[in-house]
Structure formats: C-alpha cells, structure tokens
Design a protein around this ligand. Structure first.
Ligand SMILES: C[S@@+](CC[C@H](N)C(=O)[O-])C[C@H]1O[C@@H](n2cnc3c(N)ncnc32)[C@H](O)[C@@H]1O
Length: 306
C-alpha cells in the first residue's frame, strides 16, 4: 500500500501493460534507425541499457487490482514480451558494443545467458551488476567523442530511481542520445502534493530534488493566488497541473542537452487514459546534421503517442 513514508514502492509498475509494448517498440525502432544511419560512417557505436531487466521477457499479468498502484497500472492479459536488451541485441545492423546494467542479481544472470546467445556475433556485450547511477556516469566518463564514440542510452526505471547527475553525465558526453522514462503519474505527481511545500515530507522533497537536479521545482510548481472571501480576500497556494510537471522535466533536459530535446514526449497511459510515464528523448550531440536527424526520427516515432 502507499503511505506517506513511501508513496511509490519500488516495483510499483512491475506488471506493465499495453504501454510497455509502445515504449519498447519506439525505442527499438529508434535503435534500428540509428544503427542504419550510422552504418559505414566510421563511428564506434555503443548501446547502454541502464535498467536492463531480465532482457528476454516482460510479464504483463491480469491480476486484479489490489492496491492504489494496481488501479493505475493494471494489465489486461498475461503476455510475454521481448525486453529492451533482447530487442537491442537483435538490432540489424547491430551496435559495436552493448553495456547492460542491472541491479538485481537474478536478472543479471538472465542477461548473461542472453549475451551468451550472441557470443559468436561481431560485437561486444558487457553485463554489469550494479547501480545505474554509478555505472552510467563511469561509462560516460570513458567515452571519447573525438575518437568517434557515439551511442544511445535507455533509462527505463520503474519509479524515481534515475538521479539527475546520471542524466547530466550523459548530456556531457556530447555523443549520446537518451531515451528516458519520466515517472509522472506513478510517482512525481503524487509527491508534489496539492497543499504546498510545507506538507511534503523532507524525504519526498529530497527525492524530487534528486530527479530534477535542482530545488527550483518548489517555486515552479506552487504559487500564491488571491481568493475572494466574505471579508475581502485571502492568499492560497495553487499547485500547477500535472502537464506542467512534465513540461518542467522537459525544460530541465533542454538546459543540459546541447543537441536538443523532443518537446512533446510520448505519454504512456493506463487503460483509463491516466498518464503513467512520459517517454522523453534528448540529444547530447550538438553537430547540426546529427541532431536534426535524431530529433526528426524520434519525433516521428513519438507522434502517435504524444
Ligand atoms: C522497468 S524494469 C526494466 C525493463 C527492461 N527495460 C525491459 O524492457 O525488460 C526496471 C529494472 O531496473 C532494475 N533496477 C532498479 N533500480 C536499478 C538501479 N538503480 N540500477 C540498475 N538497475 C535497477 C530493476 O531490477 C528492473 O529490472
């Protein structure tokens, strides 16, 4: 159950839904377009799947709603889906190198088995058991843009696990494209309570600071408005709408990604039409030709779910 100490339990969205397939299709179509565009251009290409899962399958169950999160994330049928890592490894043409990061030890074992299936192919696969917020900045720090390193990162958390510092490390490479799932409906919208900042527990405020990389959301999400009363007027706190919270995250991305950001991200909704996540795209590479092409492809792929 949700409570004030932990409004968004780890794994709240584990069961997925139709939106899971939308997300995976957009990202894998992008990877295919990316590798095709960069083929024979002499770049050394890298794919980082930082919340890689088990790689092989994604289970969507039809279990009945039992708590607050189930009502948001209900899934219609029991289905096996090919996960992001498997789709990426099957990309034709492939990347030169794959880094698959996963915190769960059992899922890492599954990823290693998956990597073994591709052992004879002409690319490298590294499975790393660890925290994406430590491993991604380390990998980004080793990247050499001037030596021709280019690539794509996919950050696919269940909730608020992505730290802003991780996103910044990707932007700083000036070489990587980023797909990131922003947990608007499943998490952030719940933490930004309507009553105002004093009513947000300290621990929730820290999580919001961490995901936005600034304390600035406090001023951005709340303002005082004057409301008429019998005796004149009074000042009340007004919170912005959910859409403005998503727009703020896009603004934050725009502040660090020199290549640009898709302004209308994909909106992944449950069957009641409630937005669960935003599927956002950003380009670190400032080279005009590269950024224009990347943004065009991503915009086209997101158009149907924007
Ligand atoms: C939404 S699932 C990923 C699904 C996967 N992209 C797929 O398509 O199958 C999120 C995954 O991230 C893992 N995870 C959670 N926190 C993590 C962290 N800090 N670093 C790396 N992996 C993490 C979870 O164990 C889980 O497997």
């Amino acid at each position: 159950m949700s409570d004030r100490r932990n409004p968004v339990p780890e794994g709240a969205q584990k069961r997925g839904g139709p939106w899971t397939e939308q997300k995976l299709r957009v990202v894998s179509d992008y990877l295919h377009a990316y590798c095709t565009a960069l083929k024979k251009q002499g770049f050394s290409t890298l794919y980082i799947d930082a919340f890689a899962g088990a790689g092989t399958e994604y289970l969507a169950t039809s279990r009945n709603a039992g708590n607050l999160f189930d009502t948001l994330a209900e899934a219609e049928t029991q289905r096996l889906l090919r996960g992001s890592a498997r789709r990426a490894l099957e990309c034709v043409p492939p990347f030169d190198r794959y880094v698959l990061i996963e915190k769960d030890v059992v899922r890492c074992e599954d990823l290693r088995l998956l990597a073994d299936c591709h052992a004879r192919r002409h690319f490298q696969v590294e499975v790393i058991h660890g925290d994406a917020n430590e491993v991604v900045p380390r990998e980004c720090g080793q990247l050499q843009r001037d030596a021709g390193d280019r690539g794509v990162v996919f950050l696919d958390p269940y909730g608020m696990q992505v730290k802003w510092s991780t996103i910044e490390s990707i932007a700083n490479t000036k070489a990587l494209d980023l797909w990131v799932l922003f947990p608007l409906g499943v998490a952030v919208n719940r933490l930004v309570v309507r009553a105002g900042v004093p009513d947000i527990p300290e621990s929730w405020q820290r999580r919001l600071d961490q995901i936005f990389g600034t304390r600035g959301w406090r001023d951005h999400f709340y303002g005082a408005v004057s409301r008429p009363t019998l005796f004149g007027s009074e000042e009340v706190v007004r919170r912005v709408r959910r859409e403005a919270i998503g727009a703020y995250f896009i603004e934050r991305l725009e502040a660090v990604f020199e290549g640009g950001v898709v302004k209308k991200p994909g909106v992944l909704r449950n069957s009641k039409g409630i937005p669960l996540y935003l599927l956002c795209f950003a380009v670190a590479n400032p080279a005009p030709k590269a950024k224009v092409l990347a943004l065009k492809i991503a915009n086209d792929l997101l158009r149907d779910i924007a």
